[in-house]
Unconditional design. Structure first.
Length: 335
């Protein structure tokens, strides 16, 4: 487990240090995570200086923060509120918004207790298409990407089609992308790549062996619509990834940009009432998730009172003519 400590030093400069990079073997349940966080906090002598934790929204982290609050008070007497002093990782929250936006367009089935995307068999494609052209289009892309990775015959045919449509040398070397649920923005990459290679894809699906995976003009328009919304989320993720220290000044404009993208999406020509309703449901699902995490950000006391705390400390510094260093404001992300 890697943990980074961020704090304000005695010279009022923002600092960060790797607090721990320890082997953390299974099981990775909430109790184990809570105990590990306490162990790191004790070794770095910050149990009485801890302001908040930042982590993703995995269920093990949620139960872990509760257990940490309990054992911290039992062992040290320090109180820490797992409700008020835990901040959800912004990048992970945005990825969950993208996942919710796409969820209604993906056909899944239960395997070993988990929902797995179905990407095989013409019967599955027929079932997907009955739920709407967007669902059918993504199922076809996923199936074609799966076939691409199963043998050389597909790749040879793909290369031949690229030559027939006069694809550039770079395009001829590109392949379709398989969406992986645990890889951020992978659905966006899958759709963007397919649109880029649309001329090769269309030529490929003229072959009787692949004709069942052909995409109509309307299906391509639906995919372009989804790509454009996912592009906004991916841009936000890339911005956060390039930001050394993410602050509220980064997140408020980011959330606003995403709300605008979801609220101002354009209609798609010639779509059925079923398809329009499916798109509206998908957008609502994504907006609900975005609003949930935006609420966590805007009402979290660490944000609301953070500036007031620093203002108070600054007044003390001016009055006492020295810097307060005994209890620096500190947050402790989990990555």
């Amino acid at each position: 487990m890697g943990s980074t400590a961020h704090y304000i030093d005695k010279d009022w400069k923002l600092q960060k240090h790797l607090a721990a990079f320890d082997f953390f073997g299974p099981p990775h349940g909430g109790e184990q995570i809570g105990e590990k966080i306490l162990d790191i906090a004790e070794k770095t002598h910050i149990t009485d200086k801890l302001q908040c934790l930042v982590g993703d929204s995995a269920s093990s982290n949620v139960s872990g923060k509760r257990h940490f609050a309990t054992v911290l008070e039992e062992k040290t007497g320090s109180k820490w509120s797992y409700m008020e002093d835990f901040i959800h990782c912004s990048a992970h929250s945005l990825n969950l918004v993208a996942k919710d936006l796409c969820e209604l367009f993906v056909v899944k089935e239960k395997r070993h207790g988990k929902d797995i995307e179905v990407t095989y068999g013409d019967k599955d494609l027929e079932s997907a298409s009955r739920k709407g052209r967007m669902v059918g289009a993504i199922a076809k892309l996923s199936r074609m990407a799966a076939l691409q990775n199963k043998g050389v015959h597909f790749l040879a045919a793909w290369k031949n089609c690229a030559a027939q449509v006069n694809a550039t040398k770079r395009e001829s070397k590109l392949k379709l992308i398989t969406a992986v649920e645990t890889r951020w923005s992978s659905r966006y990459f899958q759709i963007r790549r397919a649109i880029k290679l649309r001329h090769i894809y269309n030529r490929m699906t003229l072959d009787p062996a692949y004709v069942s995976y052909s995409l109509s003009e309307n299906e391509w328009r639906l995919l372009i619509w989804l790509r454009d919304i996912l592009a906004v989320i991916d841009k936000a993720l890339q911005t956060l990834a390039a930001t050394e220290t993410v602050t509220i000044s980064h997140m408020v404009p980011t959330f606003s940009m995403l709300f605008d993208a979801l609220e101002n999406y354009e209609a798609v020509d010639n779509e059925t009432d079923q398809e329009r309703q499916l798109r509206e449901d998908a957008v609502k699902k994504a907006k609900d998730k975005l609003e949930k995490y935006y609420a966590h950000t805007s009402i979290n006391p660490n944000y609301v009172f953070g500036m007031r705390e620093f203002y108070y400390l600054l007044q003390r510094q001016l009055a006492d003519n020295h810097l307060l260093s005994s209890r620096p404001s500190l947050w402790f992300p989990i990555h």
